[in-house]
Design a protein around this ligand. Structure first.
Ligand code: DGY
Length: 331
């Protein structure tokens, strides 16, 4: 029997995909640091039974339609805004993501960004390395406290809850806004549900962890930033397009808010000449929320597991488009 054909849009370590190479013929885009070319992706989609994709790949209707034998797209991320889910379902293609395995790692990074922005960690480290440290001074690079302050988490899913747990360890008051109430976070962490406006007005740290959807695009706009405290620090570890970056820049320059910690941007990689990167009160990271070696390997393994499940005719562990169950293609 011929083995199924799987295309992976980035070079991944052989050990992480060992289960898949036993089961299927696997082809990988040969580069780790260079995204797959669009034409290459389309021509592979035409042949593939399954694909493992990255959050930087646009897996749209054209890809789904090209994939006449395609049965599953496993995205190496918890977010799946790069994938046209409706078109996948229409075409009988399962879409899988990698939740759970990255929750704590992403929460750690989110909290690290918050701490770094509050305590000016990056600015201070650059100051030392640049040889600018001439004397200890009482207010040298003094930041703002995190402990006992108020954190407002927008998007209280699993990662939001894990950030709240870390905030509780810092004796912070925890506010949150979400589509639905998170009773566990309320009961176990004392998190208080607020309207979006109330959260913006009361929080010292506003942390964005909401997925990018048509409702959340530019949720953080000029009026949102103007509602925040002038001392507030804004942290985004979700998706860049949840924020109107021009409005954020203005808010930072005009002193409507005090600083920002950003792991994600509307356009990634962000251009080094972007005005946000010129600001001292911005800590910017290259979308590394889940980037610990342990977690990234677990994410790769989970993608392989999901692909094998679908190709075996089983339900994958972390299916995004549940409606696929009624529309799935024969394997
Ligand atoms: C994801 O997996 O969607 C996150 O952005 C990880 O950094």
């Amino acid at each position: 029997m011929t083995k199924p054909y799987v295309f992976i849009t980035r070079k991944l370590p052989d050990t992480a995909i060992a289960s898949l190479t036993k089961y299927a013929e696997v082809k990988m885009w040969p580069y780790e640091d260079v995204p797959v070319e669009r034409e290459f992706l389309l021509s592979e989609a035409k042949k593939a039974d399954a694909m493992i994709t990255m959050l930087s790949d646009r897996v749209d209707r054209e890809v789904m339609q090209a994939g006449t034998s395609l049965k599953v797209v496993a995205n190496l991320a918890v977010g799946f805004d790069n994938i046209d889910i409706a078109s996948a379902t229409e075409n009988g293609i399962a879409v899988c993501n990698t939740p759970d395995v990255l929750t704590d790692t992403t929460a750690d990074l989110t909290f690290a960004l918050l701490l770094a922005a509050a305590r000016r960690v990056v600015e201070a480290a650059e100051f030392v390395k640049a040889g600018e440290w001439k004397s200890w001074s009482p207010l040298l690079l003094a930041g703002t406290d995190v402990h006992h302050k108020t954190i407002g988490i927008v998007g209280m899913g699993k990662i939001g809850q894990a950030v709240a747990k870390r905030a509780a360890g810092f004796d912070m008051n925890i506010l949150y806004h979400n589509r639905s109430r998170n009773e566990q976070a309320e009961k176990e962490l004392g998190a208080i549900y607020c309207t979006f406006a109330e959260l913006l007005q009361k929080s010292d740290f506003v942390v964005c962890l909401t997925p990018l959807t048509s409702e959340t695009r530019h949720l953080f706009n000029r009026s949102a930033f103007q509602m925040m405290k002038q001392s507030a620090i804004f942290v985004n570890a979700a998706r860049g397009a949840v924020v109107d970056e021009e409005a954020l820049y203005e808010a930072l320059v005009n002193g409507d808010i005090a600083g920002a910690g950003l792991d994600v941007f509307t356009r990634e990689p962000i251009d080094a000449s972007h005005p946000l990167l010129k600001l001292k009160n911005v800590v910017a990271l290259p979308h590394i929320g889940s980037a610990s070696v342990e977690t990234r390997l677990k994410m790769m393994e989970l993608c392989c597991e999901n692909v094998i499940a679908v190709l075996n005719g089983d339900t994958p562990k972390t299916l995004v488009n549940k409606e696929w169950m009624l529309k799935k293609r024969n394997v």
